[in-house]
Design a protein around this ligand. Sequence first.
Ligand SMILES: NC(=O)c1ccc[n+]([C@@H]2O[C@H](COP(=O)([O-])OP(=O)(O)OC[C@H]3O[C@@H](n4cnc5c(N)ncnc54)[C@H](O)[C@@H]3O)[C@@H](O)[C@H]2O)c1
Length: 356
Amino acid sequence: MASNLETLASIDYRPPVPRTFRPGIGLIGCGGIAVEHLTAYRHAGWEVRALCDVRRKAAEQRAQQFYPAAKVYTDFRDLLRQPDIEVVDVATHPMERPPIVEAALRAGKHVLSQKPFVLDLDVGERLADLADARGLYLAVNQNGRWAPHFSFARQAVARGVLGKVFAAHLSCHWDHTWVEGTPFERIRHLILYDYGIHWFDIVRCFIADEPVEVFARTAPAHGQRLKPHLLAATLIHFPTSHATLAFDAALQAGPHDRTFLSATHGSLLSHGEDYHHQRLEVRLAAGTWSPRLEGRWFPDGFQGAMGELLCAIEEGRPTSINARDNLQSLALCFAAVHSADTGQPVKPGAIRSIDT
Ligand SMILES: NC(=O)c1ccc[n+]([C@@H]2O[C@H](COP(=O)([O-])OP(=O)(O)OC[C@H]3O[C@@H](n4cnc5c(N)ncnc54)[C@H](O)[C@@H]3O)[C@@H](O)[C@H]2O)c1
């Protein structure tokens, strides 16, 4: 039997790639983040055959830059009628997404939805039911799971090397003021919700227990001009474990990003100046292991999420980023937002929708 250090040495944290499956992909929503999607897909050799945006110029520009042979549409229904599209990647904002996801499923396409998946858990459940009823995949682009350090940490936990994780402490100290004047500035809980969803999701990869309650607070940072609060802190309480998330999004210099897991067999520390540049170390009684991490969250994470969906379809197995699972990450996130609004601890799942 392999020792824990041998298991750590064998972890492949890189984005998964299907063996032979190369379906036609259609991308709906060609805004800012679409660049990361298309960079990752082109690098992986995947076939994007159609692009759609209500702003024709945006879709044309992305086509020209990445997939010049792809068809360009301004109405997503036209893209859904293209018979050689098997997988639809929806990268609009969440408000516009449910009717697009529903139409794609009704057109017989597998779907990868950008995060945050939905604004209402019941809407998300109905979409997951529709996918199941049609025998289709509905996955959520929780690409942080394939940021190299998170991917390595997830696998170290999943393979039991750390034993049982009883604490996860994650903190991000960075400058998020680039959103000034963009639609993101209008998101009231920009940090806990739009940004934080990746962290609520990754905590669930580290601690699989059912969370009992969430407590969160937000505040404006000293001197901030942006409308959404840039300081947010969350405590997630599980029966025999806990997690804390600290976000300081107004930092103008000296950024830092840190993940620490306390577990029954030892600890895992990953840290660096941001989530792209991380040094990771696992410390066990048997010794210490520090992998050489290559790649970055952007764009490797985007190859990871689409790669996981394509591999799942190819192998005929459920995908780990399925919509139903994602609703549990959203339930944590919605509970944190409600707690920040009310000053009270909240049971995850009690808050079904969010008003952004
Ligand atoms: N790490 C990540 O995964 C990550 C990072 C950034 C953004 N996002 C998410 O991606 C989503 C989009 O973010 P963005 O920065 O690209 O926003 P954006 O505003 O730059 O782009 C959204 C695009 O969708 C288009 N659109 C709107 N309605 C449409 C419709 N009905 N049909 C076709 N196109 C339509 C808009 O014209 C626009 O070009 C958001 O949910 C955001 O939270 C995820």
